[in-house]
Design a binder for this molecule. Structure first.
Ligand code: NAP
Length: 306
C-alpha cells in the first residue's frame, strides 16, 4: 500500500511517500481501506518532536489521526461492523496510508447523507466538540459560550454543536470568516485581529479555548463566577482560576465510536455540516501540512487516498 512516513523529526520535508505492507489486524480490530484522512495541527506538533513527552512515537512513523473508508476485513470478535461498511473514526497515528487497522471501539458507521471526504473532516471535530461541550461543559440551553478559534477545523463544528445545544454563541475569528460563522450558528463574531474580546464580552458560562497562549490567559476575566475555562490546547492556570473563582480544565479528547454515533442524528438532519476547505492527494501531504501551518484555512484540509 502507499503511505506517508517519517524517520526523523523536522519540517514537512521529512515526510516521505513510500510503498509498505498492509497492516495486520487482531481479533478486536477492523482493517479499513482508507478513502480520506485530514491534516490536524497535532500532526505537525508530533512531526516536529514537540509531543515526545506527552505522546511518544517510534520511527518509522505513519502520521494521521482520523480516517474514513470501507471495511476490508474484521477480526473474529468484531460483530457491529462488517466488510463493505462505510466507516469513519478518529485514532492515534497510521492514517496517512492506503489501509489502517483500528480497534472496533473507534469505528463508527458513516452517516448515509455525507461523503467519505466529509466524514473524515468530521471525525476529530465531532469527538472533540462532544468531549468539551457535552462531557466537560455540560452546556445547557440559554448558557453563554465564547469559542476562540471558531473558524478552524474543530471550531467550525463546535459552533454548530453549541447552537444545537441551545447556547448563545460568541466566537473569535478573522473578520473574513464572520459571514460563514454566522451561517453556522454564531450569534456574535469578534475579529481577533482588530478587536479586544475582553472589552466586548462578559459573564460567559463557558470559554472554549481552541487557541491557547495569551488568548487563554485573557479569558478568565470574561467568565462569570463559577464559570468554566476549557482548553484543548494547554492547561489553564490554576492560579488564575482560583483568583477569578472559576474552574479550568485541559481536555484531551479520547476517540470513541459512541461519540460519533451520538452526533449521527444531527448530521442526518443537516444540523451539523462538514467544513471542507480543500481536498488534496496523499502524495501532497507535505504541502497540505504547510498550508494548515500557515493559517487562514476555512475548515479542514482533506487528503484523498486510493
Ligand atoms: N486536545 C484535543 O483533544 C485536541 C483535539 C483537536 C485539536 N486540538 C488542538 O486544537 C487547536 C485547534 O485545532 P484545529 O484543528 O481547529 O486547528 P485549525 O484548523 O488550524 O484552526 C485554528 C483556528 O484558530 C484561528 N486563530 C488563530 N489565532 C487566533 C486567535 N488569537 N484568536 C481567535 N482565533 C484564532 C485560526 O484563524 P485564522 O486562520 O483566520 O488566523 C484558525 O481558524 C490546535 O492547537 C489543535 O492541536 C486539540
Amino acid at each position: 500500500m502507499k503511505a506517508i512516513q517519517f524517520t526523523e523529526f523536522g519540517h514537512s520535508d521529512v515526510l516521505k511517500f513510500i510503498e509498505t505492507d498492509i497492516p495486520a489486524f487482531n481479533e478486536n480490530e477492523v482493517l479499513v481501506k482508507v478513502s480520506a484522512t485530514t491534516v490536524n495541527p497535532l500532526e505537525m506538533k508530533i512531526r516536529e518532536g514537540h509531543f515526545q513527552k506527552i505522546m511518544p512515537i517510534e520511527f518509522p512513523y505513519i502520521p494521521g489521526a482520523d480516517v474514513s473508508g470501507t471495511v476490508e476485513s474484521v477480526g473474529s470478535q468484531v460483530t457491529r461492523i462488517k466488510p463493505g461498511d462505510a466507516v469513519y473514526a478518529s485514532t492515534y497515528g497510521n492514517t496517512y496510508a492506503g489501509y489502517t487497522s483500528l480497534n472496533q471501539e473507534l469505528v463508527a458507521l458513516k452517516p448515509k447523507n455525507i461523503t467519505l471526504v466529509e466524514a473524515a473532516a468530521l471525525a476529530i471535530p465531532l469527538a472533540t466538540s462532544y468531549s468539551l461541550l457535552i462531557e466537560s461543559a455540560q452546556l445547557q440551553p440559554g448558557q453563554k459560550i465564547l469559542i476562540h478559534g471558531a473558524s478552524g477545523g474543530v471550531g467550525s463544528v463546535m459552533v454548530q454543536m453549541a447552537k444545537i445545544l441551545g447556547a448563545y454563541v460568541i466566537v473569535t475569528a478573522s473578520a473574513t470568516d464572520a459571514g460563514r460563522l454566522k451561517l453556522l450558528g454564531a450569534d456574535e463574531v469578534i475579529d481577533y485581529k482588530t478587536q479586544d474580546f475582553t472589552q466586548l464580552v462578559k459573564d460567559v458560562d463557558v470559554v472554549a479555548d481552541l487557541v491557547g497562549g495569551e488568548t487563554q490567559n485573557k479569558s478568565f476575566v470574561v467568565l462569570k463566577t463559577g464559570g468554566k475555562l476549557l482548553s484543548i490546547v494547554m492547561p489553564p492556570s490554576a492560579e488564575l482560576a482560583e483568583k477569578y473563582n472559576v474552574s479550568g480544565e485541559f481536555i484531551m479528547a479520547t476517540p470513541s465510536y459512541k461519540k460519533l454515533a451520538y452526533c449521527e442524528q444531527w448530521i442526518l438532519e443537516g444540523k451539523i455540516k462538514a467544513q471542507v476547505a480543500q481536498t488534496m492527494k496523499l502524495e501532497q501531504a507535505a504541502a497540505a501540512q504547510d498550508l494548515v501551518s500557515k493559517g487562514g484555512v476555512k475548515g479542514k484540509v482533506v487528503l484523498e487516498i486510493n
